[in-house]
Design a binder for this molecule. Structure first.
Ligand code: SF4
Length: 368
């Protein structure tokens, strides 16, 4: 793909290290070691440099993995190379952080380098749920992490929370929401646990040692909506809530089907209809392991599946202008069926009803 013709506005950086690998995690991660970190930082800076002329990022997202698992010195080198701190809040710069890998020094460094959005992997405030999830941090560490972030001047903070965890009750989830709100975040990502292939949880689920409870998960989903909307949050994507003006611009770009460049091990890019995926991390580094031009049909289907996850939905005229056909021309039967079933609103833009949002993953299958 030729990336030099026009600037790419969204940059994702995959940092594949974590203090401990959680048993439900399907991302490409490994426990952090100093030598790996050194190799990673050197190679990532070189990879970023190779795209420098093609990038004019409006958003940058450092995820993984746990970017804050890197040492202060490594973070300093990495962020200085990736970011132009002089651009201030014109650019949204998010960093994912695990409460066990945060400190006042790291918080200050992130702010000084231009990071203006912190996404904290809290998951739960219930010690027994944290234990089940194999998290590397305590409940107290979450409070401390948020306090440090506030003290360092972060005013755009996300907390990740997880529902549907075996053993988690509706009361525990309700109190997690209340505690999260008491910490005054601007954004909450509330994900239901899924049993992904190649994880310990998947095997335990297969063996019947871990079980989900769909009715309880649905109750949790309703409670989340009720509680967060009453607190002034907008439910702008199936799993994401934000105070007005604090929607994550980077993730919105994915759901809107905009181009993004991913760098680092296992990172994925989609630029001008071409998708590229990097290999996993090895001590020798990583390389592009797959690249393909996606048919317009595939991109259109992805646009529908992802766009329907958002509250703004899919504007039919913009869709037709981009892909050359109207959604109702291609998926008339599916759309009619969803409208008749009460899962999709009849009026434009194409958007799911609250009932449709409960089964958004199943609905996506109709389009892809
Ligand atoms: S901290 Fe996050 S990225 Fe790291 S192993 Fe756990 S779930 Fe995966």
């Amino acid at each position: 793909m030729n990336l030099n013709d026009y600037p790419i506005e969204h940059l994702y950086v995959h940092v594949p290290f974590c203090p401990r690998v959680c048993p439900y995690c399907a991302f490409h991660v490994r426990p952090a070691h100093r030598t790996d970190g050194e190799t990673f930082v050197r190679r990532l800076i070189a990879e970023h440099r190779s795209f420098a002329d093609s990038l004019r990022p409006a958003t940058v997202f450092l995820g993984g993995g746990t970017p804050t698992a890197l040492s202060i010195e490594m973070l300093r080198r990495l962020l200085s190379a990736l970011l132009d701190a002089s651009r201030g809040d014109e650019m949204e710069v998010s960093v994912e952080c695990n409460p066990s890998t945060f400190s006042k020094q790291k918080a200050r460094l992130l702010r000084d380098c231009g990071v203006n959005r912190l996404s904290i992997g809290a998951q739960s405030f219930d010690p027994s749920v944290l234990r089940t999830l194999g998290r590397a941090h305590s409940t107290a560490a979450i409070f401390q992490c948020v306090a440090i972030a506030h003290e360092a001047g972060f005013t755009d903070i996300n907390l990740d929370l997880m529902s549907g965890v075996p053993g988690q009750t509706l009361d525990s989830w309700s109190s997690a929401l209340d505690t999260a709100l008491s910490l005054k975040p601007q954004h909450l990502s509330c994900y239901a646990l899924t049993y992904e292939d190649d994880t310990d949880f998947f095997l335990q689920h297969q063996r019947g040692e871990l079980r989900g409870d769909q009715d309880l998960e649905r109750e949790m989903f309703h409670l989340t909506d009720e509680r967060l909307i009453a607190a002034g949050f907008i439910h702008y994507e199936i799993s994401n809530y934000a105070l007005p003006g604090f929607e994550c611009r980077h993730n919105l770009a994915y759901w809107r089907g905009e181009d993004y460049l991913g760098i680092g091990p296992s990172a994925v890019s989609t630029v001008r209809g071409a998708r590229r995926r990097n290999s996993r991390f090895t001590p020798e580094g990583w390389k592009v392991e797959h690249e393909e031009k996606l048919p317009s049909e595939t991109l259109a289907a992805e646009r529908m599946a992802l766009g329907l996850r958002t509250a703004e939905g899919v504007a039919e005229s913009a869709f037709a202008a981009r892909f050359g056909f109207a959604p109702r021309a291609r998926w008339l039967r599916e759309i009619q069926m969803l409208i008749q079933g009460g899962w999709m609103r009849p009026e434009p833009p194409l958007r799911l009803t609250p009932r449709g949002r409960e089964v958004a993953d199943e609905i996506a299958v109709y389009f892809v």
